[in-house]
Write a protein that binds this ligand. Structure first.
Ligand code: IPM
Ligand code: MN
Length: 376
């Protein structure tokens, strides 16, 4: 198949990890006989420096042409002045990208790989069997509700407010994605809210109940966000699909990443109604390790696997990439995971480049005489 992929490396370790993910996509294309072409453009702080805006028009055009978008990360101390106007903040570029293309459903899978069982700061027996999927609403709620700053000096307002605003339709469409996803998994949805206090969250709960009625085969429960934060640590393996609004999903997904051992391992997909998607590792720009070859490319490479699955419909190829990552982690790891190798000298501590090589050289990504990768 032919696919056009937009690459937005962004800031910090973004360029290093998108480069790794691109190499994986190129190899998948070669091996399985697909024709992928790539177009790179600027986003975030890098775009502010070069074009004076975190989301240049040329980037939007490139994303419009693309079948899918692969993004590294945005942000860094250089651009983190909290009183800077919106157009000087890298994060504004990412939010605008989500809004422009209607990427309303953010999927963040968190799985504990047996090889990395010791990588969590929690007791290993607590995390056995953890395999959850956070479905975060991404274009509404507190991030996009009405906002105001009051006062003479716009850089130092005397009062400011944000609004947690949801319409029924916004909750309904993301809830449907969560319930559909549960059907392909363990048939459970935990919907997170704060319905005991917030009106928007009472609406959330009511709409989720309505959607749930269309999925009698999926068990669902409502969990208050404060309790959910606790349960994610005390009994994480009980969760299957976790459905949450924009802010709560943001917070809980960082919390859940701890279960997997390193933020550097986690991928995400942000999907629109059309099938176009934005794929990015959950880790940020990690400016402290940028340019050192220390970044873990796994989050970005697994994001590329999600791209193959969700935007291109290439399930076999996606699974082949995931298998290669799991296998490679048995023999090589980047520095963020060094502490958990427990002196096992079969595991090499490697840089970004060598980790990528390790993944590319796995049999599941190797050449086949039959068509298709993963068709072992
Ligand atoms: C995320 C990030 C973003 C968010 C920032 C960078 C705007 O934390 O994708 O989780 O808050 O959504
Ligand atoms: Mn976040």
């Amino acid at each position: 198949m032919k696919a056009h992929i937009a690459i937005l490396p962004g800031d910090g370790i973004g360029p290093e990890v998108t480069d790794a993910a691109r190499r994986v996509l190129e190899q998948v294309a070669t091996v399985a006989g697909h024709d992928f072409d790539f177009e790179t453009s600027a986003v975030g702080g890098e775009a502010i420096d070069r074009f004076d805006t975190p989301l240049p028009e040329a980037t939007v055009k490139s994303c419009t042409r693309a079948d899918a978008i692969l993004l590294g990360a945005v942000g860094g101390p250089r651009w983190s002045d909290p009183s800077a106007p919106e157009r000087r903040r890298p994060e504004a570029g990412l939010l605008e990208l989500r809004r422009t293309f209607g990427f309303f459903a953010n999927l963040r899978p968190v799985k504990v790989l047996p090889a990395l069982r010791d990588a969590t700061p929690l007791r290993p027996d607590r995390i056995d069997g953890v395999d959850l999927l956070i479905v975060r609403e991404l274009t509404g709620g507190l991030y996009f509700g009405p906002r105001r700053e009051e006062g003479e000096d716009p850089r130092q307002p005397k009062a400011a407010w944000d609004t947690m605003f949801y319409r029924e339709e916004e909750v309904e469409r993301v809830a449907r994605i969560a319930f559909e996803a549960a059907r392909g998994r363990r048939h459970k949805v935990a919907s997170i809210d704060k319905a005991n206090v917030l009106a928007s969250m009472r609406l959330w709960r009511r709409v989720v109940d309505r959607v749930a009625a269309d999925f009698p085969d999926v068990e669902h429960q409502h969990v208050l966000v404060d309790a959910a934060a606790m349960h994610l640590i005390t009994r994480p393996a009980d969760f299957d699909v976790v459905l949450a609004g924009n802010l709560f999903g943001d917070i809980l997904s960082d919390e859940a990443s701890v279960l997997a051992g390193s933020l550097g391992l986690l991928p995400s997909a942000s999907l629109s109604a059309t099938g176009k998607g934005l794929y990015e590792p959950v880790h940020g720009s990690a400016p402290d390790i940028a340019g050192q070859g220390a970044a873990n490319p796994v989050g970005a490479i697994l994001s590329a696997a999600m791209l193959l699955r969700h935007s291109l419909g290439l399930e076999q190829e996606a699974a082949a990439v995931e298998t290669a990552v799991e296998e490679a982690l048995g023999t090589a790891r980047t520095r963020d995971l060094a502490a958990v190798t427990n002196g096992d000298d079969r595991i090499r501590i490697v840089d970004t480049e060598a980790m990528t090589e390790e993944i590319l050289s796995q049999p599941s990504l190797g050449r086949r005489t039959t068509a298709g990768v993963g068709a072992v």
